[in-house]
Design a protein around this ligand. Structure first.
Ligand code: ATP
Length: 383
């Protein structure tokens, strides 16, 4: 097992904008690290540089105490698990797992011992004679991991292993990978564009945008304290609402009313580049005022355009005006987030028991203590 330390890693293809731009990420021994971001953010390139499938333009790639920049992939002792698992269909589970050992010239007895130990750990010992075609998706994933385990690799690397699966299987496999990773305690770097996968699997998550590391933190920290607008918008589903917030002394005026600026951020708000900031409030921090049972926060009335009822909760859609001062920043942000353009309605999560209906002039409660304020020019979180 080994730690992986990426120090100021740069990747340039030709003369263009760097695909990976001065990224530093330290993966601790045994840690599950996620690299996440929208298409083209550089996450796969970074993973390929760890494995050795891509040259490193600048920086130091450390695995344990070895600098591996100039080592060939096979000298790095890492195990990559691919999207399609890369199993040999004509070989049994046993021989698929044994494959790297045979390649390395291991004796039959060594192969047998290692394959049997690995298959026990992976609950595959009853399937050793079957072919991959007769296995479930989950079992195939485990065979691919078995092949990685028998090599005694220093780390596992995954590149979007679940992206070809349907939603239900993806959920099951996610649980399985998390369980195995914990059981084996093996250093893992996992690439995905799916923020749910990132949040549920990672000990820590590195969020990337256009080759630049935006934030490296635990899932909880990313959710509660996103460093900038991009991270705030990327993490969470449905996404955080972004609303224009005009500063008036110690309060900000939001589309639905005035809210006190948290004392801790008063100074930073004062130093912001503009008087119109972007407020961020997650859908789940709103509630139907009639069913909420918490004190604090504030209430407002708003016209509800539509309601989607999901059983245990409902989403209400409330339109708002985005003034010119923040329109272009909000539109730019949506583009970065692969959104469908400027959002001019907020999503409010309601308890399933709420009776708020389409067209109502409803009373909504909001937990203003959870509000974030962002500088529209820099995207920085000021709260
Ligand atoms: P995706 O999820 O779509 O695979 P990604 O976040 O993994 O995206 P990369 O594949 O790492 O992103 O690509 C990062 C950037 O580098 C992109 O702009 C991409 O077009 C560019 N790029 C990747 N591979 C090459 C290459 N071989 N030659 C030139 N440019 C490349």
């Amino acid at each position: 097992m080994a730690a992986i330390d990426m120090k100021n890693i740069v990747k340039k293809y030709g003369d263009g904008f760097p695909a990976v731009n001065d990224v530093s990420i330290d993966v601790a021994d045994g840690e599950f690290m996620i690299l996440v971001g929208p298409s083209g953010c550089g996450k796969s390139t970074l993973l390929r540089m760890i494995v050795g499938l891509e040259d490193i333009t600048d920086g130091d790639m450390m695995i344990g105490d070895r600098r591996v920049n100039d080592l060939a992939p096979r000298e790095r002792n890492l195990a990559m698990v691919f999207q399609n698992y890369a199993l040999y269909p004509h070989l049994s589970v046993y021989e698929n797992i044994a494959f790297p050992l045979r390649l390395a010239g291991a004796s039959d007895s060594e192969v047998d011992e290692k394959v049997r130990t690995a298959s026990k750990t992976l609950d595959l010992d009853e399937h050793l004679e079957r072919k991959p075609g007769n296995l479930s998706g989950g079992q195939r994933q485990r065979v691919a991991m078995g092949r990685a385990i028998v090599r005694d690799a220093d780390a596992f690397l995954f590149d979007e292993p679940l992206s070809n699966l349907d939603a239900k299987l993806r959920g099951q496999m996610r649980t399985e990978i998390a369980r195995l990773q914990k059981r084996l305690g093996i250093t893992t770097v996992y690439v995905t564009h799916d923020q749910t996968e990132a949040m549920t699997l990672g000990d820590r998550v590195a969020v990337l945008k256009r080759g630049i590391l935006q934030q490296l933190a635990t899932p909880r920290e990313l959710y509660t304290n996103p460093g900038n607008l991009f991270v705030a918008g990327f993490i969470g589903s449905p996404p955080m609402n972004f609303l224009p917030a005009t500063v008036n002394g110690t309060t900000v005026t939001l589309p639905f009313g005035d809210v006190q600026i948290p004392e801790r951020s008063a100074q930073r708000v004062e130093n912001a580049t503009s008087d119109v900031l972007i407020a961020g409030i997650r859908p789940e921090h709103f509630e139907d005022a009639a069913v909420k049972n918490e004190s604090g926060g504030s209430t407002f009335r708003a016209k509800v355009e539509a309601v989607e009822w999901l059983g245990n909760e409902a989403y209400a859609y409330i339109p708002f005006e985005a003034p010119d001062a923040v329109r272009s920043q909000l539109a730019e942000l949506e583009k970065d987030l692969d959104g469908e353009g400027l959002r001019t309605q907020m999503v409010v999560s309601l308890d399933g028991a709420s009776t708020i209906a389409e067209g109502d002039d409803a009373e909504i409660w909001v937990d203003t203590s959870k509000m974030h304020l962002f500088d529209p020019a820099t995207g920085e979180n000021l709260t």
